[in-house]
Design a protein around this ligand. Structure first.
Ligand code: HEC
Length: 127
């Protein structure tokens, strides 16, 4: 579960004992770290132009510009291999321009995108 920073701090302050307060603060820091990593990945996904073919949330581009990447992106090594030696139709992203670390951040961003609701759970789509 992730909390926004103010929620975390409030919860930590509200904790009655010092030990619980400390625990709360530590988990806030961890949640904030991973939120920062995801945000960094989102920015890299935008600044490297991935979004222009794959959609801003990796949903896939129109008219087959680029396939869907999220939710559930390929495992990291396979994902990275696609950037280094892309299939036809996708530009190559060499490590000199997008480092392994940056690819990892992009992957974390895509992995953080939640799955949408199933069609059978959306009343408007029912026959
Ligand atoms: C100019 C358009 C374009 C851009 C920009 C682009 N891609 Fe792609 N990408 C494609 C196309 C087209 C394919 C599918 C090629 C094929 O299957 O023949 C693809 C395939 C992929 C795949 C493999 C998906 C699969 O299921 O086969 C991954 C992963 C991927 N792209 C990631 C990225 C990332 C990350 C970026 C940004 C760093 C990026 N792409 C930028 C067009 C693009």
């Amino acid at each position: 579960m992730q909390f926004s920073r103010p929620d975390c701090l409030r919860a930590a302050r509200a904790a009655s004992s010092f030990a619980f307060g400390l625990l709360g603060l530590l988990s806030c820091a961890a949640a904030q770290d991973s939120a920062d990593a995801v945000e960094r990945g989102r920015q890299l996904f935008m600044s490297n132009g991935c979004y222009s073919c794959h959609g801003t949330v990796g949903q896939g581009g129109e008219r087959s510009a680029g396939p869907r990447l999220a939710p559930d992106p390929h495992p990291f090594e396979a994902f990275k291999a696609m950037l280094r030696n892309p299939p036809e139709g996708m530009p190559r992203f060499d490590a000199r321009f997008v480092s392994d670390d940056q690819v990892l951040a992009i992957h974390r961003y895509l992995a953080s995108i939640p799955r949408g609701r199933a069609a059978r759970d959306i009343p408007l789509l029912q026959p």
